[in-house]
Write a protein that binds this ligand. Structure first.
Ligand code: FAD
Length: 442
């Protein structure tokens, strides 16, 4: 019997791990790709409700394979000859590209078998025979020699305390925007990329009311700078292993002064940030999260210039108010919701106000103990995964149970975007093959 590997979750991370498994070994494998979406490739990020949602990275940098950074651009160019390498392409195209890549590798690898299973995995257990039993939501069980957890970002359902989630509309459902034309007041909690998506989609769907955007730091992501890559920048290895947030900030400040811009400094440090993070002691990681993360996030998760201009225009015309503050609670009412929040700063005040629509855009849950996923709860209960003390994800998993994707954040910090995930999927595939004693393709 060929070794059987189950990949739980078939978004970018699971799909790319499958692709590398299929291409890296001459040992026949059976791979079960399991995802309740019924699509294999796009995952959450690349199955948007409409073509208007775009990537936030240029087409030329979105190749899914580490050895072929321009792969997506070439694919897109065949589909739409007018495409430019600097275009922010629709995310749905990226989903199609991933599906095609998987199909291509699957059909050309004749020795392997791939099963696509449209189910949720609800439990995973190690049997006395040292294999995994994988329980699906319809009650059926698969047995596997190795498993990959590629569950993506797990949505939040609490902010310190449990929230009335019925007060919020899901950001990535077409239904959320179907009646938005008549709304007067929209509330958005969070001001990162998802919040920007919600604002742009609301505008496209005819919303002409006012936005109240509340986030801890009251900042939107910065726009992409054109010239960022051209700066001369040399990072000495001592700068990466400083082990101190104060020293790291001092280094980044002095480089920003030298280059007259902070953007290239973040761009050049990003490929090394996993090394920087690994060298920070626990206490320093906490300081990083408190002091540097807000700055890191707005530089790291950037938006196209035209999206930035739309936000500025909305602020100038007083249709959008971005407030640094603390959101407390929202209660669903017949017509919308009533929310309470406190703004920060000199004129700090607590406000309770009615909104016609509200969106929660606060980023994923990192604390495994707060996740509602039955699979995560069962894995914790069985001791097959260990949560990190920073509450950013999994720090340890059982042998032959690999983790790929945003749940590795506590170990790697920067592991949410294609650029890092494509390397990680390849590394984890190689490690799984090694653990199964499979022979590597030449
Ligand atoms: C809206 C959005 C836009 C983004 N845009 C970009 C971009 O432009 N560029 C970029 O580089 N990065 C972008 N990202 C980052 C993105 O997280 C990664 O690029 C990547 O798509 C993450 O893939 P993933 O497979 O880890 O997670 P996901 O895409 O979330 O896939 C996880 C899959 O696991 C499945 N799953 C979960 N639990 C179970 C279970 N118990 N059983 C079975 N299946 C399960 C889910 O159904 C899902 O399909 C974006 C992210 C989001 C959310």
């Amino acid at each position: 019997m060929p070794p059987h590997i189950t990949i739980i979750g078939s978004g970018f991370s699971g799909t790319l791990t499958a692709i590398h498994l299929l291409s890296q070994t001459t040992t026949p494998l059976t791979i079960s790709l399991i995802d309740p979406r019924g699509t294999f490739g796009p995952g959450l990020a690349y199955s948007p409700p409409s073509k208007t949602f775009t990537l936030n990275v240029k087409a030329k940098a979105m190749g899914a394979l580490p050895s072929d950074g321009e792969g997506f651009f070439r694919w897109l160019k065949k589909k739409r000859p007018s495409t430019s390498p600097n275009e922010f392409a629709p995310r749905s195209y990226y989903g199609e590209y991933l599906c095609e890549l998987l199909n291509l590798v699957e059909t050309s690898s004749r020795i392997h078998t791939v099963n696509r299973v449209s189910q949720e995995v609800i439990d995973l257990e190690r049997t006395p025979n040292n294999v995994f039993s994988v329980t699906l939501s319809d009650g059926s069980i698969l047995y596997a020699d190795a498993c990959v957890l590629a569950l993506g970002n797990i949505p939040r359902c609490s902010l310190g305390k449990t929230l009335d989630m019925s007060a919020f509309h899901p950001p990535y459902s077409a239904e959320s925007y179907s009646h938005i034309t008549g709304a007067k007041e929209a509330l958005i909690i969070g001001s990162s990329l998802t919040a920007v998506d919600v604002i742009l989609e609301s505008e496209r769907n005819g919303f002409r009311g006012e936005y109240t955007v509340i986030s801890r730091h009251g900042r939107f992501p910065l726009p992409h700078e054109e010239s960022s890559a051209e700066h001369q920048f040399q990072i000495a290895s001592e700068s990466l292993t400083l082990g101190s947030v104060t020293k790291l900030c001092a280094f980044m400040r002095s480089e920003s002064r030298r280059l007259l811009s902070s953007q290239p400094v973040f761009d050049h440090i990003r490929p090394h940030i996993q090394t920087v993070w690994k060298h920070l002691p626990e206490k320093e990681k906490q300081r990083f999260l408190r002091h540097l993360q807000p700055i890191w996030d707005i530089h790291r998760h950037r938006i196209p210039v035209q999206h930035h201009e739309t936000l500025q225009q909305l602020q100038r015309t007083k249709r959008l108010r971005l407030t640094a503050g603390r959101f407390h609670d929202a209660k669903k009412t017949n017509a919308g919701c009533t929310a309470t929040y406190t703004s920060r700063g000199a004129r700090s005040e607590t406000i309770t106000k009615f909104f016609d629509v509200a969106f929660l855009c606060v980023g994923p849950e990192g604390d495994l103990t707060k996740m509602k996923s039955p699979l995560i709860r069962n894995l914790l209960r069985r001791g097959l995964i260990t949560p990190g003390t920073l509450r950013l994800g999994i720090v340890h998993s059982a042998p032959k149970l690999a983790v790929v994707g945003p749940l590795q954040r506590e170990l790697l910090w920067e592991i949410t975007a294609v650029r890092e995930l494509r390397e990680e999927a390849q590394l984890q595939a190689a490690a799984i093959l090694q653990s199964l004693g499979a022979s590597l393709a030449g």
